[in-house]
Design a protein around this ligand. Structure first.
Ligand SMILES: *Cc1c(COP(=O)(O)O)cnc(C)c1O
Length: 408
C-alpha cells in the first residue's frame, strides 16, 4: 500500500510518477488552508495571491460556505435532476435576480457552462434566427480562454491547446480581442453569437479598449447576434463590480459563471440567458447528473449571499485600486506593465530580465503564492476577503524580490 512521503521532494516525485503531466506546479506541497493563508507539508505559511484563479475568492474553508455545505449534508445529497429538490429553485431565483438574467442552467465546471452556452447559441441560431443547422457560426476573441473540452479548444488561438487533438469542431471565427471593426466585419447572416471574456485572465490580464462591451453589445443587437460573456474568472466581485460587464452595460444575452460560484469548496457553474435563448433547450437536449444538486445549490446560494452581504465587489474595487497604486510605484526596469481591474492584476515582466515563472519562484520563497501566465505575466488574484495590511506586505515582497533579482 502507500507510504507517507518523508519530504517535499518525495511528495512531488510521487505526483510526477502517477499523474498525467499536464501541469508544471511550483515546488511546494500544500496540506492546509484557512482564509488567505496556505501551509505546506513542512509547516511553512504562504499568502495565497492566486486563490485558485478566483475559485477561492471568499478565502479557504470559508466558515459560512463550510456551514452551508455541512447543514445540507445533514439533509440531502444528490438525487439527480430526475426529481425536484427544495434548494435548486432558490438557487435559480437568487442567481437570476442578482444577474438580471431570465433563466439559468446549473453545471459543474466552467468548461461545461461554456459548452452549454455554445449549444444554446447554436440552437437559438437555428430555431429562432432560422440559420440552417450546421451553418451556425460563433465569433470569439483571439487569446481567449474558455476551458479545455474538444469543442472549446477548437476556438482557441493557442496552438499548444490544439496540437494533435483534431479533428477540431468547426463553426468559429476568431477576431482580435477588443476590435469592434473586426467584430462588425466578421458577422454574416449565419452568425448566431459573439462569445468573449470582458478581461482575458488566462490570456495575461488583457484589457480591451474602453467601451468595448458597450460597442460590442450594440453591434450584436443591430445584427441579431447574441452577446455572450464568459465571466467565470472576472465575475463574482473579482474586478470591482459583481460582474465586470456592469462597468459598461446593463446585462448580456448570455452569461457563463463558475469558479467563485463554488465558494472554493465544490465545483458549481452556470449558464444564464434571456428567456428566448434558454427556451430552445428543451427536455432531452442537454443535462448534467451533478449540476444543480442540493449541495451545489446550497453552496452557490451561500456564495452569492456572502458576495452581497459583505459587499465584496466594493471591497475588491477599493483594495484593487490600492494594490495597483502600490505595484505601479515600484521602480524596477523589470516591470513592463501593471494592469487590471479590482483584485485581478497582472504584472508584466520584461523577458530581457527574467521570466514570470522565475519571479513566481522567488515570490514563493518569500511566502507569496502567485502564478505566471503566458510567459511574461504574473497573475495576482488574492481572495477578496484579504486585508489591506496583507496587500501591503505582498507589495513590499514583490518590490523586494524584483530589486534582489536585478541586483544579483
Ligand atoms: C477557468 C476558466 C474557464 C474554465 O473553467 P473550468 O472550471 O476549469 O472548466 C472558462 N472560462 C474562463 C474565463 C476561465 O477563467
Amino acid at each position: 500500500m502507500t507510504e507517507t512521503p518523508k519530504s517535499t521532494s518525495e511528495y512531488i516525485d510521487r505526483e510526477r510518477k502517477y499523474l498525467a503531466q499536464i501541469y508544471k506546479p511550483l515546488s511546494i506541497v500544500l496540506n492546509r488552508g484557512e482564509g488567505v493563508w496556505l501551509w505546506d507539508t513542512e509547516g511553512k505559511k504562504y499568502l495565497d495571491f492566486l486563490s485558485a484563479y478566483s475559485a477561492v475568492s471568499f478565502g479557504h474553508l470559508n466558515q459560512r460556505i463550510k456551514k452551508a455545505l455541512m447543514d445540507q449534508m445533514e439533509l440531502l445529497d444528490i438525487p439527480a435532476r430526475a426529481f425536484h429538490t427544495d434548494r435548486l429553485g432558490e438557487f435559480g431565483q437568487l442567481l437570476c435576480e442578482f444577474t438580471g438574467m431570465d433563466r439559468m442552467q446549473p453545471m459543474n465546471s466552467g468548461a461545461e457552462a461554456v459548452e452549454t452556452g455554445v449549444k444554446a447559441a447554436r440552437r437559438w441560431g437555428h430555431d429562432v434566427k432560422k440559420i440552417a443547422d450546421g451553418n451556425q457560426r460563433i465569433i470569439v476573441s483571439a487569446g481567449n480562454f474558455h476551458g479545455r473540452t474538444t469543442t472549446i479548444i477548437s476556438f482557441s488561438s493557442d496552438k499548444d491547446y490544439q496540437r494533435g487533438f483534431g479533428p477540431l469542431t468547426p463553426g468559429f471565427d476568431i477576431i482580435p480581442f477588443g476590435d469592434l471593426n473586426a467584430l462588425e466585419a466578421a458577422i454574416t447572416p449565419d452568425t448566431c453569437a459573439f462569445i468573449t471574456e470582458p478581461i482575458q485572465g488566462e490570456g495575461g490580464i488583457l484589457m480591451p479598449p474602453l467601451n468595448f462591451l458597450k460597442g460590442a453589445q450594440e453591434i450584436c443587437k443591430r445584427n441579431n447576434v447574441l452577446f455572450i460573456l464568459d465571466e467565470i474568472q472576472t465575475g463574482m466581485g473579482r474586478t470591482g463590480k459583481n460582474f465586470c460587464y456592469q462597468y459598461e452595460i446593463d446585462k448580456p444575452d448570455g452569461l457563463m459563471l463558475g469558479k467563485a460560484l463554488g465558494g472554493g469548496i465544490y465545483p458549481v457553474s452556470a449558464f444564464l440567458a434571456r428567456e428566448d435563448v434558454m427556451a430552445v433547450l428543451d427536455p432531452g437536449s442537454h443535462g448534467s447528473t451533478f449540476g444543480g444538486n442540493p449541495l451545489a445549490a446550497a453552496i452557490g446560494i451561500e456564495a452569492l449571499k456572502i458576495l452581497i452581504e459583505d459587499n465584496l465587489a466594493d471591497r475588491s474595487a477599493e483594495l484593487g485600486d490600492h494594490m495597483m497604486r502600490r505595484l505601479s510605484a515600484i521602480q524596477s526596469p523589470m516591470v513592463k506593465d501593471v494592469r487590471g481591474k479590482g483584485l485581478l492584476i497582472g504584472l508584466e515582466i520584461d523577458p530581457a530580465y527574467a521570466s514570470a515563472r522565475q519571479v513566481c519562484d522567488r515570490l514563493l520563497e518569500k511566502g507569496l503564492l502567485s502564478k505566471d501566465t503566458h510567459g511574461t505575466v504574473v497573475r495576482f488574484a488574492p481572495p477578496l476577503i484579504i486585508e489591506k495590511g496583507e496587500l501591503d506586505w505582498a507589495a513590499d515582497t514583490v518590490a523586494q524580490v524584483l530589486s534582489e533579482m536585478i541586483n544579483k
